[in-house]
Design a binder for this molecule. Structure first.
Ligand code: NDP
Length: 291
């Protein structure tokens, strides 16, 4: 049976280290890192994410601002708010919750965020820095996924890694991070031929597909490490349930280690957002990030 990778416990430890770092920034440098979150509209899932982000930001001792705008807010007004936050020295991180209402061009808004405050790591400047090996703000879920893989495997040097999914939010940045860790990386997607055969080569599988329980145990090389990024809501036995992109029951019999859903990658995302905010705050002040 595979070792279960406890993302909840890892994220708790990371938040504890962030809280200590925030404390030392307050006592030694006299400032408090701050994160501003912008939510446009009434998407129920987004509202829950934003509330959780704000709660955890405050819990580690940082300043948190929530800007909730009605769904009909114009693109111009959203851009004006982003510009105001860009110019506010107390705000070190800006996150615009996606998806935005259809009449707003997400790419335009994301590109308006100052790259130095882009704690989601979606700005083209940060994407470019990541892909050219420069220090940058990196998307949170990919960072969290690689942290978990390194925690269980130690060095990732020379491992065959297969990333399933090529989105800008997860697949591509996670592949870049694995390349930087010296993995041999394959990125699979919906047009990949013989996906089970490709996945079977992998020492490390990162599944970011959005298809419930797609990856089966017999697709895995025995002993492979499986990081399941997927979060899918399904109905089973008349009840709602969260499942990943991997079929946990069959995968845990073959894998060496596996993240559960929920309780794997999920909790890492907000912890890494807080980590990025501290990183952005230290960079803005020109001080070294506390350990
Ligand atoms: P996207 O829908 O943006 O991308 C999905 C990717 O999977 C695409 O590249 C697509 O290929 C590929 N794909 C779809 N079907 C198949 C298939 N049958 N075989 C192989 N590849 C396929 O999703 P995201 O990257 O945004 O999210 C992926 C999953 O991760 C979702 O379940 C999401 O909920 C979850 N997620 C979890 C987070 C967390 O905090 N843990 C954060 C973000 C996402 P193609 O490009 O060819 O269409």
């Amino acid at each position: 049976m595979a070792k279960v990778i406890d993302g909840k416990a890892f994220a708790e430890g990371l938040r504890g280290r962030i809280a200590k770092a925030v404390d030392s920034l307050k006592s030694q440098h006299g400032f408090t890192p701050g994160l501003a979150v912008v939510l446009v509209g009434e998407d129920p899932a987004s509202k829950v994410y934003v509330a959780n982000k704000a709660k955890q930001t405050v819990e580690v001792g940082m300043n948190s601002w929530e800007h909730k705008l009605p769904a009909e807010t114009s693109e111009k007004d959203v851009l004006a708010l982003v510009e105001k936050l860009n110019n506010d020295p107390a705000v070190h991180g800006i996150l615009v919750q996606l998806p935005l209402p259809k009449h707003i061009d997400s790419m335009k808004v994301l590109t308006a965020i100052s790259p130095a405050k882009d704690v989601d790591g979606f700005h083209v400047v940060n994407v470019g820095k990541l892909s050219t090996g420069q220090d940058s703000l990196v998307p949170c879920t990919p960072v969290g996924s690689v942290m978990l893989a390194k925690d269980v495997l130690g060095s990732l040097d020379g491992l065959e890694a297969v990333v399933i999914g090529r989105s800008n939010i997860v697949g591509k940045p996670v592949a870049q991070l694995l390349l930087a860790e010296n993995c041999t990386v394959t990125i699979a997607h919906s047009k990949t031929k013989d996906l089970p055969g490709v996945v079977r080569r992998a020492d490390l599988v990162i599944a970011a597909v959005g298809r419930p329980e797609m990856v089966k145990g017999d697709w895995l090389k025995p002993g492979a490490t499986v990081i399941d990024v997927g979060i899918n809501r399904i109905e089973r036995d008349g009840k709602g349930k969260l499942v990943g992109d991997c079929d946990y029951a069959s995968c845990e019999k073959v894998a060496g280690a596996i993240t559960p859903v929920p309780g794997g990658v999920g909790p890492m995302t907000i912890a890494c957002l807080l980590y990025n905010t501290v990183k952005a705050a230290c960079a803005a002040r020109g001080i070294e990030q506390p350990a």
